[in-house]
Structures are given as structure tokens and as C-alpha cells.
Design a protein around this ligand. Structure first.
Ligand SMILES: NC(=O)c1ccc[n+]([C@@H]2O[C@H](COP(=O)([O-])OP(=O)(O)OC[C@H]3O[C@@H](n4cnc5c(N)ncnc54)[C@H](OP(=O)(O)O)[C@@H]3O)[C@@H](O)[C@H]2O)c1
Length: 221
């Protein structure tokens, strides 16, 4: 893997994809700052990376989301890359999912990532990269997942427009349409129960292919 000397913030570093991304980018030479909700897991992951700075946040507190990139820039002395890998699954037919669950799914899967990215656009270095995990569900919305799919599609649309706007500042915004992976993501949904899912791809390889390599490529452009 190429060695980069970039300041990187991974939001959702407590999760499977975010943790793997932080580890692989740190291994490539990046200085990583970590953000997550679960304090204990975040501390563990920061310590496993040799003492990365870390900060907790809650998706429903959009101000705390918006403050993450400015904090990382101040802490690392510059911010070149932002990775956002937060989300929560939700299952149930459109008629069954309660409005409170729909609100939760839209906040965690769309509004919070948008607030994190919005907070980063003014502080990323020129040539910087934003990579946000949406999912292949944007292209193939499945029955029993209308609210989750709609939230991810809203995020994808927002990223597309924000990315076009950010080009004038030489920033690249990537919408990572990750395939289904072999992680526990679907096992702890905000609502409903996961149907039997086909086996997922290997998260280590998928993170390398869909997140780390594109970031390294974009930084080298
Ligand atoms: N796994 C897949 O098959 C797959 C496929 C395509 C796309 N994705 C997307 O990839 C992202 C990460 O998936 P994953 O597999 O890494 O799942 P994961 O291990 O469950 O990670 C989910 C992450 O979201 C964070 N999160 C959840 N609710 C939050 C809240 N209210 N406030 C702040 N953070 C919150 C979790 O924080 P804590 O752990 O600190 O609570 C964790 O860091 C999700 O957006 C998911 O939609 C996953």
C-alpha cells in the first residue's frame, strides 16, 4: 500500500467498516483521528492505532456532528480526508415502520452524515477527499427496507450535489455504494428483524477496494 502523509478523520470508527478503514489508512502512514458513539470501543481502537485522538458524538445531536471535522483539523494540524461510515439498519414494510423509527433512520443514515460533511467542507485542505458510505441499496432498493433505502438515497443525492459544488475548492466527494458485507450491521436494526440475507463480501477486502484504494488514488491525483 502507498504511504500517505495525510490527516484523516474516520467518523464511525467504532463500527466494522469505519474501524477497518481507520486501521488500513493508519497502516498506510496516515495520521488518524477517530469519532464514534461508543466511548469504550472508541478508546480501544484509538489505543490500538498507537494513541489516535478520539471524540464521541451522537447522530441526533447535529451540532456535535458538524464539530467533528473542525476538531480533527485542530487536533491533527490539518485535515485531508474525511471518511463517514455511520448508519443503522431498519426492516419492515412501508406500512409497518413507525414514524419515530423512520425519523431515527433518516437522522442516523442521512442528516447526521450530511452534517458531518457540511462541517468539513470549509476546513478540508485543497485536494482533500470525502468518502461517505451509502450502499448498493441506493441502486437496488429492496422490499422491507423502504425507510432505510430512502434515507441512503437521500444521502446519495445530497452527496452528488455537494460533490459538484465542492469541486471549485478542489475537494473530491465520494459516494461509496458498498456491497453487502459480512458484518453484524443487519443484526442490530433500529426497527424490525433482518430477513435471511445472502452471505456478504469480506469486509477487509471490500474496505480496501471501495474506500482505501480510491482515497489513495484521489490523494495522488
Ligand atoms: N455492513 C454492510 O453490509 C453494509 C453494506 C453497505 C453499506 N453499509 C453502511 O456502512 C455503514 C457502517 O456499517 P458497518 O457494517 O460498519 O456497521 P456497524 O458495525 O454497525 O457500524 C455502525 C456505525 O454507526 C454508528 N452509529 C449508529 N448509530 C449511531 C448514532 N445514533 N450516533 C452515532 N453513531 C451511530 C455506530 O457507532 P457505535 O458503534 O459507536 O454505536 C458505528 O460506528 C452504515 O452506514 C451502513 O449502512 C454497510
Amino acid at each position: 500500500m502507498d504511504v500517505v502523509e495525510a490527516g484523516v478523520l474516520v467518523v464511525g470508527a467504532t463500527g466494522a467498516i469505519g474501524g477497518q478503514t481507520a486501521g488500513q489508512l493508519a497502516e498506510s502512514g496516515a495520521a488518524t483521528a477517530l469519532a464514534g458513539r461508543n466511548r469504550d470501543r472508541l478508546k480501544e481502537r484509538a489505543s490500538a492505532l498507537g494513541g489516535s485522538p478520539w471524540r464521541t458524538f451522537e447522530a441526533h445531536d447535529l451540532d456535535s456532528c458538524a464539530q467533528l471535522a473542525p476538531w480533527a483539523k485542530a487536533t491533527l494540524g490539518g485535515l485531508d480526508v474525511l471518511v463517514v461510515a455511520i448508519g443503522v439498519a431498519g426492516f419492515g414494510s412501508a406500512v409497518e415502520v413507525p414514524d419515530t423509527s423512520a425519523e431515527h433512520l433518516f437522522t442516523v443514515n442521512a442528516l447526521a452524515p450530511m452534517a458531518v460533511v457540511r462541517g468539513s467542507l470549509g476546513v478540508l485542505s485543497p485536494g482533500g477527499v470525502v468518502a461517505v458510505v451509502t450502499g448498493e441499496i441506493v441502486d437496488r432498493p429492496a422490499r422491507g427496507m423502504a425507510d432505510y433505502a430512502a434515507a441512503k438515497a437521500a444521502l446519495a443525492t445530497w452527496l452528488g450535489v455537494a460533490g459538484r459544488e465542492a469541486r471549485r475548492d478542489r475537494l473530491e466527494v465520494m459516494d461509496v455504494r458498498m456491497p453487502h458485507l459480512d458484518t453484524a450491521f443487519a443484526a442490530h436494526p433500529a426497527v424490525g428483524t433482518a430477513p435471511a440475507l445472502r452471505p456478504g463480501s469480506d469486509p477487509v477486502e471490500a474496505v480496501h477496494e471501495h474506500i482505501v484504494l480510491p482515497i489513495l488514488h484521489a490523494l495522488g491525483r
